[in-house]
Design a protein around this ligand. Structure first.
Ligand code: AMP
Ligand code: GLY
Length: 475
């Protein structure tokens, strides 16, 4: 099988690696040279992944049977439709269906119209008058987001990024003045976040392990929102603060959304990814993405049972999947991104890093290249985006995190990363925060962290026991 991977970040390197190790021949198209893609595809040439004509031409020249689209921009630009029109199978939804990601307004209206619960109270605005009206509709505290694609950036949360309603209004108006599609104003939800990705075919929805994404640039979730500094996923495919029942309620939202798309004739063959906030009332949807998360996709790809990745993606692209192909190993995994100094605010590109790849490999950690260019033996120049992803696994999240930390020591130069991703202390903090939300006034107590929670039956209400699983106080 010959496969075209569209896009040039670490997620696409991981996709290419998964396909290549499953025996597929991989061609790639990306705007910049990616050292990882170059190794897998020695004939690699640059190209615009978001230009439908260029991608179709590349697919034809490289004689591929399947195209796998990594990022959101090509989906929003209609690349998947152009490839399908040219008779090439595509892993990735149609442009019309990908609006579930490319327009936050469409996503919210779509769910509301189809009676799918779990959407926070929201209002959209395109004029300054509408901003004031939206604040009156939603009330405080609120969150301001651009309607269109913003790579997780540009979202401002009251109490974190701004204090008063006036400051929030001023920020919303500044965003409008910058142009774009307008803004969404949404009630602020309090709780813990998780990402749930699922493969969607013409007839089924198949979940992947739940992943925790560390979006803020700095340790302890300080600093601005980013595309994601790293991720953690637990051995049982849940999280220390999320039980099977909590996950299943989120999956219900994803499933109903996929079914509503089918009912509306929107072609969806790819990944539907819900970004959820687990609140005291259960999971609420913050966003949908129409692709593998980055870094979440790296957890999933690294945990996929070796051998069948190409058949898995091929099945999804064909619209029907053998459920036996959806198999993820029962291991915890942690991803950490090495990023340029100042990433998230004013990244300083142009510096070099030195990577001892055999050292990293000897630690059992995988390395995927992102925004770096080769600059000599073992040396790479940093761009402005995330540079390299290190992926470690173990039986517990904090052990996988420690493995990745050990691997970071084999990277030299000026860069930053988040040490706290997947640490025991961070996991405990999140779980205690969730407990405090669910059981106000409860005292912190030792928790069985990273221990598989038993599969609890789904019950109707979001009780503490249901959401926290085994670790919640029983009452
Ligand atoms: P989004 O791009 O919509 O996923 O937003 C990026 C990040 O902003 C999320 O991962 C949350 O950390 C935060 N955020 C977004 N919406 C809300 C909300 N309604 N309440 C609280 N935090 C939010
Ligand atoms: N990690 C968040 C995203 O992929 O959008």
């Amino acid at each position: 099988m010959r496969v075209l991977v569209v896009g040039g970040g670490a997620r696409e390197h991981a996709l290419a690696w998964g396909l290549h190790t499953a025996g597929a021949e991989v061609a790639a198209i990306a705007a910049k040279e990616n050292p990882g893609l170059r190794r897998i595809d020695p004939e690699f040439q640059r190209g615009d992944p978001s230009n439908p004509g260029s991608v179709v031409e590349r697919a034809k020249v490289r004689k591929v049977d399947l195209a796998v689209i990594g990022p959101e921009a090509p989906l929003a630009a209609g690349v998947s439709d152009a490839l399908r029109d040219a008779g090439i199978a595509v892993f990735g939804p149609s442009k019309a269906a990908a609006r579930i990601e490319s327009s936050k307004e469409f996503a919210r209206n779509f769910l509301s119209q189809h009676g799918i619960s779990g959407v926070p109270k929201f209002a959209s605005a395109r004029t300054t008058e509408e901003v004031d009206a939206a604040i009156r509709t939603v009330g405080e505290p609120f969150v301001v987001k651009p309607i269109g694609l913003s790579s997780g950036k540009g979202v401002w949360v009251q109490g974190r990024d701004f204090a008063t309603s006036e400051e929030g209004a001023a920020y919303a108006k500044r965003l409008l003045a910058l142009g774009g599609d307008g803004i969404v104003l949404e009630e602020r939800l309090d709780g813990e976040e998780f990402s749930l990705m699922a493969f969607v075919t013409d007839s089924g929805v198949y979940p992947m392990p739940v992943v925790l994404d560390y979006k803020r640039a700095l340790e302890d979730d300080k600093g601005p929102n980013t595309g994601g500094m790293g991720t953690a996923s637990q051995r049982d495919h849940l999280l220390p603060f999320l039980s099977a029942a909590g996950r299943d309620r989120a999956l219900e939202i994803v499933r109903k959304t996929a079914e509503a798309m089918r009912a509306d004739g929107l072609l969806y063959r790819g990944v539907l990814y819900g970004g959820f906030m687990l609140t005291a009332k259960g999971p609420y949807l913050l966003e949908f993405n129409a692709r593998f998360g980055d870094p979440e996709g790296l957890n999933a790809i690294a945990l996929y049972e070796p051998g069948d990745f190409a058949h898995l993606l091929e099945g999804v692209a064909a619209g029907s999947l053998d459920p036996n192909l959806v198999r993820f190993r029962l291991r915890a995994s942690v991803v950490k991104y090495v990023v340029p100094p100042g990433y998230g605010t004013a990244p300083r590109s142009g510096g070099t890093i030195q990577i001892d790849e055999p050292g990293i490999e000897a630690r059992g950690v995988k390395l995927f290249f992102g925004d770096v260019e080769p600059a000599g033996p073992e040396r790479f120049t940093l761009g402005t985006s995330r540079a390299i992803a290190l992926v470690g696994e173990a039986s517990a999240i904090h052990e996988a995190s420690a493995r990745v930390e050990a691997a970071v020591a084999y990277v030299q130069g000026e860069f930053t990363w988040r040490r706290d991703i997947g640490s025991r202390a961070d996991m405990a903090r999140r779980t205690e925060r969730m407990r405090a939300l669910l059981v106000p006034g409860s005292k912190p107590s030792p928790l069985p962290l990273s221990v598989a929670a038993p599969d609890a039956p789904i019950s109707s209400a979001g009780t503490a026991a249901e959401v926290l699983g085994d670790s919640a106080p029983q009452h």
